[in-house]
Design a protein around this ligand. Structure first.
Ligand SMILES: CCC[C@H](NCc1c(COP(=O)(O)O)cnc(C)c1O)C(=O)O
Length: 303
């Protein structure tokens, strides 16, 4: 397999891609005991701008606390590791940044309290994750894990089997993305995104206590909504509200702002990206590339 990058940061060292290896008895490989982040860096022609790096690092530490592992580096060391990894590879294009902290001890015990934790940072070139012109989604049979069963507010590796099963079901049925209901039948998330709907000129998204990841892009859209003359209302969303929405869009670091133009064969609105979705997507694209003065505090330039 062709490496996606020359260098990777692992436990304080910049290693060549082919040398960044772990043992097959690594705890996280067996039990999903890792926490990770997905962060984007945008090339704006003369610098690479990491978007909301601080918020992602903060969530990493929240995820670690929820799982009960200790990241053996300070926030500043993690921040520097991200910037160093990008610089070591001298990336001058859009990139995806994947920090992952994982239980590294070679043991099969389930008691992780005194086990070692490693940190890796992998960065690679990354373009569009889903089509910005609109995707077709389906509500899958796998439910979103309820937060009384697994702490879905944390980005824990093992929980992503839920997302894998959902996306594979959707794709094998010819759809681009999965929408998941929670145990109560509300539509709560995509396999890797938060969901927003527009109905009657109002913008809705499920509340954080509805078994969703506390998305940073979700937070960005909530903060940007005022700029497009709307206020986001947080409420559980039913299947029927999705089907009869004027607009539906999915948001995430990878997905950015992705319009959903069809759900289970029902056309959403005109079947094209709606006006509010388009306005938010355009504003988001300008914000992440450092073109909107008032949001420059969300940008970390690399070079
Ligand atoms: C495979 C996971 C990819 C990852 N998904 C992010 C993600 C989001 C959106 O969160 P944020 O806006 O903070 O990114 C919501 N919900 C889930 C289940 C996610 O995996 C991403 O990088 O977008």
């Amino acid at each position: 397999m062709k490496p996606y990058a020359k260098y990777i940061w692992l436990d304080g060292r910049i290693l060549k891609w082919e040398d960044a290896k772990i043992h097959v008895l690594t705890h996280a490989l067996h039990y999903g005991t890792s926490i990770f982040e997905g962060i984007r860096g945008y090339w704006n022609g003369d610098n690479l701008l990491v978007f909301r790096l601080e918020e992602h690092i903060d969530r990493m530490y929240r995820s670690a606390k929820i799982l009960g592992i200790n990241i053996p580096y300070t926030r500043e060391e993690v921040r520097q590791a991200v910037l160093e990894t990008i610089k070591a590879n001298n990336f001058r294009e859009d990139v995806y940044i994947r920090p992952v902290a994982f239980v590294a001890s070679q043991t099969v015990t389930l008691d992780i309290r005194n086990l070692e934790v490693s940190l890796a940072v992998i960065v690679f070139p990354f373009g569009k994750y889903l089509s910005p012109n609109g995707i077709k989604a389906t509500i899958v049979s796998w439910r979103r894990v309820h937060n009384t069963m697994l702490p879905v507010m944390a980005k824990i590796g093992g929980i992503y089997v839920n997302s894998v099963l959902a996306l594979v079901e959707a794709r094998s049925r010819g759809f681009d993305e999965a929408l998941l209901m929670d145990v109560n039948g509300y539509v709560v998330e995509g396999s890797g995104e938060n969901i927003f709907i527009v109905r009657g000129g109002r913008l809705f998204t499920p509340p954080v206590h509805e078994s969703i990841l506390e998305g940073i892009t979700r937070d960005t859209v909530i903060k940007l909504s005022g700029d497009v003359g709307l206020r986001v209302e947080e409420k559980p969303i039913t299947r029927e509200e999705v089907y009869t929405a004027d607009e539906v869009f999915l948001v995430g670091t990878a997905a950015e702002i992705t319009p959903v133009v069809e759900v289970d064969g029902r056309t959403i609105g005109t079947g094209k990206p709606g006006p509010i979705t388009t306005k938010i997507a355009e504003l988001y694209s300008n914000v992440v590339r450092g073109k909107v003065e008032k949001y420059l505090n969300w940008i970390t330039p690399v070079y």
